[in-house]
Design a protein around this ligand. Structure first.
Ligand code: FAD
Length: 450
C-alpha cells in the first residue's frame, strides 16, 4: 500500500527546506520531501571549476545593511559562510568598446543618466497606462541605439532595476550585496538548516524522509487528501502537499493535476514571467585583465544588446583562480544553451580579444549552466511584470484544496531571491498549519457528535 504522511513537500530547494523545517518544529514528524534531482539545493548550486567552488545559481546575498535584517544574511553569519562585498556600480566606468578602448567616465556617466531617465519615463508611462502619441514619442527619443547605450540599458534592466524602481529587497534589507565565496558553497546553508530536523552524518543527509530522484508527475487531490505519483511509478499519500517547483515548471507540463487546477490559478501562473540568467565561467592560465577593487566588474559594448555584456573577475573571491565570469540573460541565454560549449567558448574569446587584444591566452576550461533546458527549473527566477498587481502573486500563492504553493515566486516582496524562497517556505507552512488546526477541530467536533 502507498506510504502515507501528514505533509509531502515537493522540491528540496531553499523554500522546500525552510517549509519542512517549520513543519518539523511544529510537531509534524511524518513529513516527506520528494526531490526530482539527485541533490538538495535547487537553484542554489555549487560546482568545482578551475580548482575552486563556483555558484551556478544564486551567487549573492542581496539586500544587506538596511533597516530590516535579511534572514539569509543572519543564517550566513551564524554558520560562518565566507562572502565578499560586491560593488557593481563601478562597472559603468569600465566599459570597453569593440576596439578595446575604455569609454571616458564622462561619456559613461552621461549614457548612464540617459538610460536611467529613459527607464523612469517608461515606467511612468506604463503606470499612467497611457500609450498615446506623446508617450510613444518619448520612448522613441530615448530608445538606446549606440553600443554604449545598449550596454547600459542592458545592465540597468537586467541587473540594476533597483535604481529605477524601488525593490523591497534593497529598500527593506539594504543596498549592499555580498558574493558567496566559500568552498562549501551557498548550499552549505541549506545543509545546516536541514541538520536541524533531518538525520545527518558527516555532512550527508541520511534521513529516509528525504527522497531524491523522485520526479513528481501527477497530483490527484480531493477533499480527503492528495495522492502524489512519481515518474518511477511510486504513489505517496498525504493529508496536504506543499509544492515548491519553480514558476517555469508550473508553466510546463511536468506535473499534471487531477482534477485540473482552476482557471484563476492557471491564468495567474501564465502571467508571471520567467527570467533566464546564465553565468558562464572561463578558466585561464594567467590573468590578462586589470585587477583591483574598482575593476571587478566590466562591460563590453556591442551593437547587439546583451551580447557578452557583463563581466566579472574572480580575483576578489578567489585570488589566483584566474577565472572570469560573463553573464547572459533571456534570449542570449537560450541561444547559448542551444549551442555547443565550444561554440560559446569561441564567441567569448572573440569578445575578450576585442577588449584585451589578440595575444591573450585561450581559456582552458568553460562551464555553461543550462537553467532553461533543465526540466526541473525551466528558467532562473520569476519576474512579475511591472504593471501586474498583487492579485497575480496572491493567486499563484493561494492553495487549491489541500495543495499549498511555495517558492520564491510566491513571495510578494522578495520574489526572485534566495531570501524570497526562504521566507515563502515559512509563510506557506504557517498557512498550512493554520488550515490543519481548523481541519483537526472540525474532525474533533464530528467525532464528538458521532
Ligand atoms: P528551487 O531552488 O528551484 O527549488 C525547487 C526544487 O523543486 C528543485 O530542487 C527542483 O529540482 C524540485 N522540483 C521541480 N520539479 C519537481 C518535480 N516535478 N518533482 C520533484 N521535485 C521537483 N537569488 C539571490 O538571492 N541572489 C542571487 O545572486 C541569485 N542569483 C541567481 C542566479 C541564477 C543563475 C539563478 C538560477 C537564480 C538566482 N537567484 C538568486 C534566485 C535564487 O536562486 C532562487 O530564488 C531560489 O534559490 C529559489 O528557491 P526555491 O526553493 O523557490 O526553488
Amino acid at each position: 500500500s502507498p506510504s502515507s504522511s501528514s505533509v509531502i513537500i515537493i522540491g528540496a530547494g531553499v523554500s522546500g527546506i525552510s517549509a519542512a523545517k517549520v513543519l518539523a518544529e511544529n510537531g509534524i514528524e511524518d513529513l516527506l520531501i520528494l526531490e526530482a534531482s539527485d541533490r538538495i539545493g535547487g537553484r542554489i548550486r555549487k560546482e568545482k571549476f578551475g580548482g575552486v567552488s563556483v555558484e551556478l545559481g544564486a551567487g549573492w546575498i542581496a539586500g544587506v545593511g538596511g533597516k530590516e535584517s535579511n534572514p539569509v544574511w543572519e543564517i550566513a553569519a551564524r554558520f560562518g559562510l565566507r562572502t565578499c562585498f560586491s560593488d557593481y556600480s563601478n562597472a559603468r566606468y569600465n566599459i570597453y568598446d569593440r576596439s578595446g578602448k575604455i569609454f571616458p567616465s564622462g561619456i559613461a556617466a552621461d549614457s548612464y543618466k540617459k538610460a536611467v531617465d529613459s527607464a523612469i519615463q517608461k515606467l511612468r508611462d506604463l503606470e499612467a497606462n497611457c500609450v498615446d502619441d506623446a508617450s510613444n514619442r518619448t520612448e522613441l527619443s530615448l530608445t538606446p541605439k549606440t553600443p554604449i547605450e545598449l550596454a547600459i540599458d542592458f545592465i540597468l534592466h537586467d541587473f540594476e532595476m533597483a535604481e529605477v524602481e524601488p525593490i523591497s529587497t534593497y529598500v527593506d534589507f539594504g543596498e549592499r550585496e555580498f558574493l558567496v565565496a566559500d568552498e562549501r558553497g551557498y548550499e552549505y546553508l541549506l545543509y545546516k538548516m536541514a541538520e536541524d530536523f533531518l538525520i545527518t552524518s558527516e555532512g550527508k543527509i541520511l534521513d529516509n524522509r528525504l527522497k531524491l530522484n523522485k520526479v513528481v508527475r501527477e497530483l490527484q487531490h480531493s477533499r480527503n487528501g492528495v495522492k502524489v505519483i512519481t515518474e518511477d511509478g511510486c504513489i505517496y499519500e498525504a493529508n496536504y502537499v506543499i509544492l515548491s517547483a519553480s514558476i517555469g515548471v508550473l508553466q510546463s507540463d511536468l506535473i499534471s493535476f487531477r482534477p485540473p487546477l482552476p482557471r484563476w490559478k492557471t491564468e495567474a501562473i501564465k502571467k508571471c514571467d520567467v527570467m533566464v540568467y546564465t553565468k558562464i565561467f572561463l578558466k585561464f592560465p594567467y590573468k590578462f585583465w586589470p585587477c583591483g577593487p574598482e575593476k571587478e566588474f566590466f562591460i563590453y559594448a556591442h551593437e547587439r544588446r546583451g551580447y557578452y555584456t557583463f563581466w566579472q573577475h574572480m580575483e576578489n573571491a578567489y585570488p589566483g583562480s584566474n577565472i572570469l565570469v560573463v553573464t547572459l540573460t533571456n534570449g542570449e541565454s537560450k541561444r547559448v544553451e542551444a549551442q555547443s560549449d565550444e561554440e560559446t567558448l569561441k564567441e567569448a574569446m572573440g569578445v575578450l580579444r576585442d577588449m584585451f587584444g589578440p595575444d591573450i591566452p585561450n581559456a582552458t576550461d568553460i562551464l555553461v549552466p543550462r537553467w532553461w533546458n533543465n526540466r526541473f527549473q525551466r528558467g532562473s527566477y520569476s519576474n512579475y511584470p511591472i504593471i501586474s498587481n498583487n492579485q497575480v502573486v496572491n493567486d499563484i500563492k493561494a492553495p487549491v484544496g489541500r495543495i499549498f504553493f511555495t517558492g520564491e515566486h510566491t513571495s510578494e516582496r522578495f520574489n526572485g531571491y534566495v531570501h524570497g524562497g526562504y521566507l515563502a517556505g515559512i509563510d506557506t507552512s504557517k498557512a498550512l498549519l493554520e488550515e490543519k488546526r481548523k481541519d483537526d477541530r472540525k474532525n474533533d467536533n464530528q467525532s464528538f457528535l458521532l
